[in-house]
Design a protein around this ligand. Structure first.
Ligand SMILES: Cc1cc2nc3c(=O)[nH]c(=O)nc-3n(C[C@H](O)[C@H](O)[C@H](O)COP(=O)(O)O)c2cc1C
Length: 193
């Protein structure tokens, strides 16, 4: 795997039902030798849901990465000037965070990390998980598809009969998508069935 020794920011945002699956991918990155810098949105840092407590996820992340999470905009800001990361992955990426990135809004640690990374002309990989991917956020996905240094974990509709606009990334393609993005390439096909 080409991720060995790479410094990879791992942003987690509030798609709570997919956090556990994202942690499995974080474990894979760690297994292959990546140096992982975890970054939490305020929502993930502070919210307990039926999918687990905030403390549970932070404890798991510390065990996988050996690092405390970046939890403030102030702590995420040095990613830019210190050129800390080879790649920033956001997995899961909510519709909320996706929309902010597409529209230049920087008001969480994860969106700050994204802004800092793009400032350095370095790759950002988005693993979408949102019920409005083909609805309110379709235009933002389209905009980001055409944005320099933005890559996607290939995605699909997850429940077309029940949730017409819902999009979820193929978690099992996360590490290959990281490898591709590190080389400046989009893993294809990006839209899957
Ligand atoms: C239990 C629960 C599950 C959620 N799942 C999702 C989801 O899968 N995708 C999504 O885009 N938003 C989801 N949300 C809504 C986001 O958490 C909400 O938009 C939040 O403002 C996102 O903030 P963030 O992007 O800064 O993490 C969920 C909220 C809750 C309480």
């Amino acid at each position: 795997m080409n991720v060995s020794g790479k410094k990879i920011g791992f942003g987690l945002t509030g798609s709570f039902c997919t956090l556990e699956k994202a942690l499995v991918q974080m474990e894979k990155l760690a297994f292959w030798g990546a140096d992982i810098y975890p970054i939490l949105s305020y929502m993930v840092d502070t919210t307990d849901t039926r999918f687990g407590t905030a403390q549970y996820f932070k404890t798991r992340i510390l065990a996988v990465t050996g690092k405390e999470c970046i939890k403030t905009i102030v702590d995420a800001e040095p990613i830019g000037p210190k050129r800390m990361l080879d790649l920033l992955a956001i997995l899961p990426c909510t519709g909320n965070t996706l929309a902010k990135i597409a529209n230049g809004i920087t008001d969480t640690p994860v969106t700050m990390a994204c802004k800092a990374q793009l400032r350095n002309d370095r790759p950002v990989l988005l693993g979408i998980a949102t019920n409005d991917g083909l609805g309110a956020n379709a235009k933002n996905i389209g905009l980001l598809q055409n944005t320099k240094n933005i890559y996607f974990v290939p995605f699909r509709q997850d429940a077309p009969e029940k949730k017409h606009n819902s999009i979820i990334c193929r978690m099992e393609l996360f590490v290959p998508a990281v490898e591709a993005a590190l080389e400046g390439k989009q893993l294809q096909p990006v839209i899957m069935s």
